[in-house]
Design a protein around this ligand. Structure first.
Ligand code: GTP
Ligand code: MG
Length: 449
């Protein structure tokens, strides 16, 4: 195992910045930088030291150092942390000195990956570390802390055990049926399966409610072609992100951009104009995606052409805010009438002169904050898109097993669904996962973690 090194603190200037080394040999590399030491300081103690480049003697910094022995560190390996002054040039120089000494640059998330490999963290806890390093909201932070505690991992593991027990009974029944033609009553199995399905469904709902806080509030801009969605999208972001054109049907794909709004990170989605007839194949696919984005959104802004040039065929199922666009086209005139669903606020906006954009931002911030608050960390077991997907797959398999059982499907089919459910649960905490999937997960971590 080679020694990896990285700057573990954030970019930009700061009071303190941390350079981290891990792997057998990291003590030797760090010690060669400590100008005033010939032996390592006591492990797990902070020790002040002047650092210099071993080859040239050029000063690096006066820093606090902490040496960790194998088996008593974050990664489980021999490792060192150097708490330096936080300037980018300084940290870069210290890191380069470590690399000159024989370390190699760590890949994103590689320290945590080594901690997982050493059995110090499971995947739920590893992803909790990533969340703690990036959380922008209180519920996300609480979810990260809870996941790191190991409580969710234990719950996932308990559910897997419970399903394995049921699977064992189903397989025993199968064996009996084959050997002696005995039919075993499986009513009790059905009850146990329903309990597990409800448990997983509860986790799924909690994960869904927590999503706005963890991954951002999904805000969909939807409406008729040419209503001014892309123009409004650009105005909200304050930059020219999406293509705007007089031709109806300009936007085809869903375009998403993050917009930080008063403590609630929003993912704003511009979508294709909704129309059923007259759209070509590509646009029709865009319309499908727009509807899907609206269904999946936490906040739906229905965009209506206030000049009346692009007629709307009524509102979608869910609307949280109505934006009447092109308000610059009716100066002095009464604003156009709109039959918005009751209780839904209407904002008059113009992407040309900017009117109404601040009010729309404020309304959006309000709705987004409410979506963030709806996350109930206490019930959450599964956090983040990857875990939620695995959970959803597991839930679908358990539901299929419940249905199969009730509908007299062959026991083999029920057993197969249960086996798949157990595998999907194993993907959540990493007890059943391939290196390739691990690579993909950790590539999304930031450097130095
Ligand atoms: N005067 C005025 N024109 C606008 C405003 N917003 C959009 N437009 C014009 O309306 C036309 C359509 O604008 P887009 O933003 O592309 O509309 P869209 O809803 O994204 O259209 P599709 O992507 O085709 O569904 C363009 O010619 C814009 O310049 C506005 O606030 N004022
Ligand atoms: Mg558009």
């Amino acid at each position: 195992m080679d020694v990896i090194a990285a700057v573990a603190s954030g970019a930009g200037s700061a009071a303190i910045g941390v350079v981290r080394l891990s792997g057998p040999g990291s003590w030797g590399i760090a010690l060669s930088l400590c100008r005033d030491r010939t032996v390592p300081p006591p492990e797990r103690h902070l020790a002040l030291s002047w650092l210099a480049e071993p080859r040239t003697g050029r000063l690096l910094d006066q820093a606090m150092t902490a040496f960790f022995a194998a088996g008593a560190s974050y990664t489980g390996e021999e490792s060192v942390e150097l708490y330096c002054h936080g300037g980018p040039a300084l940290l870069d120089r210290v890191l380069r000195a470590c690399l000159d000494g024989g370390a190699r640059p760590a890949r994103p998330g590689e320290f945590t990956r080594r901690a997982v490999a050493a059995g110090r963290l499971d995947l739920v806890q590893a992803e909790a570390v990533a969340l703690l390093a990036s959380a922008e909201t209180d519920p996300a932070l609480d979810a990260g802390l809870s996941a790191l505690s190991g409580r969710p991992s234990a719950e996932v593991s308990a559910a897997r055990e419970a399903l394995l027990d049921v699977l064992a009974d189903v397989e025993a029944a199968l064996d009996h049926a084959e050997e002696d033609g005995v039919v075993v009553a499986l009513d009790e199995v059905a009850t146990r399966l329903v309990v597990q399905a409800e448990r997983l469904r509860g986790w799924w709902e909690a994960a869904r409610a927590l999503r706005p806080a963890v991954s951002g509030v999904r805000v969909a801009l939807i409406g008729a072609p040419n209503a001014g969605k892309s123009s409004l999208f650009n105005a909200l972001l304050g930059r020219d992100r999406a293509i705007v054109h007089a031709e109806a049907g300009t936007t085809r794909d869903v375009v998403g951009e993050m917009l930080p709004l008063a403590g609630a990170p929003c993912l704003v989605l511009d979508t294709a104009g909704l129309r059923d007839a007259g759209a070509g194949e590509v646009e029709a696919e865009g319309v499908l995606r727009a509807r899907e984005a609206a269904r999946d959104a936490d906040v739906v802004i229905h965009v209506v052409d206030g000049s009346g040039a692009a007629p709307s065929d009524g509102f979608t199922e869910r609307v949280d805010i109505v934006a009447m666009t092109k308000a610059d086209l009716w100066p002095g005139k009464d604003p156009p009438r709109v039959d918005a669903p009751s209780g839904v606020p209407v904002v008059f906006t113009s992407a040309r002169d900017g009117r109404g954009i601040e009010r729309l931002r404020a309304l959006l911030a309000d709705r987004a904050a409410a979506a963030v608050r709806s996350g109930d960390t206490a019930r959450a077991v599964v956090v983040g898109e990857r875990q939620a997907q695995a959970l959803h797959s597991a839930l679908r398999c358990v539901e299929a097993a419940v249905e199969g059982q009730a509908g007299d499907a062959p026991l083999e089919a029920v057993a197969a669904e249960l086996r798949r459910a157990v595998e999907h649960l194993g993907e959540i905490d990493g007890s059943r996962i391939t290196d390739e999937v691990l690579d993909r997960i950790f590539s999304r971590f930031c450097l130095g973690k």
